[in-house]
Write a protein that binds this ligand. Sequence first.
Ligand SMILES: O=C[C@H](O)COP(=O)(O)O
Length: 334
Amino acid sequence: MLSQTETQQVDGTRHQLPQVTEPRNPGMALDMDWVRGLQANTSAIERRATSLPARRSVKKQHQAAWLLRAVSCIDLTTLSGDDTDDRVARLCAKARQPVAQPLLDALGMGPITTGAVCVYHDMIPAALRALEGSGIPVAAVSTGFPAGLSPFHLRLAEIEESVKAGAGEIDIVISRRHVLSGHWQALYDEMCAFRRACGEAHVKAILATGELGSLRNVARASMICMMAGADFIKTSTGKESVNATLPVTLVMVRAIRDYHERSGFRVGYKPAGGISKAKDAITYLAMMKEELGDRWLRPDLFRFGASSLLGDIERQLEHHVTGNYSASYRHPTS
Ligand SMILES: O=C[C@H](O)COP(=O)(O)O
């Protein structure tokens, strides 16, 4: 069983987190002087990113508490052309009970859920049905995900349809070409329009960082999306050839820190794509704690976009409790 100290390791609170209400980022006018002043020292960033996993070893007895926190921050995702209502229902059952009850009992933990379930628009009704009464939000990818190259009015309409269908969170993709050609005003205007179309639904801006060409572009695109009112900035669709990485994370979380220092608003961070190992999840959480502080270790400000991470975390928790590793096929996600 986890002691109270162990469950407090992650951010000084019990794992069953009280609800915290964060004022929504309203955005601000585009400040091009600020944007142009943003630089990224690639070699320093890469050095810091490489040193983190090696330097930061979460002590064994605290790992289970960190892993449970990671679970509560997962946007449990299925984004496949062959998604079906049944697959989404199985995924949602997993979101409601992501860790087997005997493991939770052995760890002395109460109920836990994932942060959200993330699906394509057509899967929203199935997800809502399966999550009814759970309080788990449905996130829908939108705006011509993953490329974001459909006609602009259709991208706006897609957001509106998903909000109407009941999605509480909308993951939009930005136009990479605006970044690659330095059309910052166009990027800002696009993001403002997406935010408006979302209404009360929270909007995550997917930058597709693997396609932005440089870390400096990542810094600038992050800042512009926040200036235009993004609630979260997210690395990737999971469909680019390079998805979430630690260097990109450093650049994005430092942009979040700068934005908070100047505006007073906290924007969330969502690394997504290719995060499938429990130890990587701990590295990301440790980076959030070191760069942004404990407040960003809660699901209202941090999510993993991941389809298979949960299975590995459950395996590691089982090992923590029983001393044995089970086969990964025993922990299917959907
Ligand atoms: O936003 C989430 C990603 O599409 C999930 O990517 P993944 O399948 O590599 O975990």
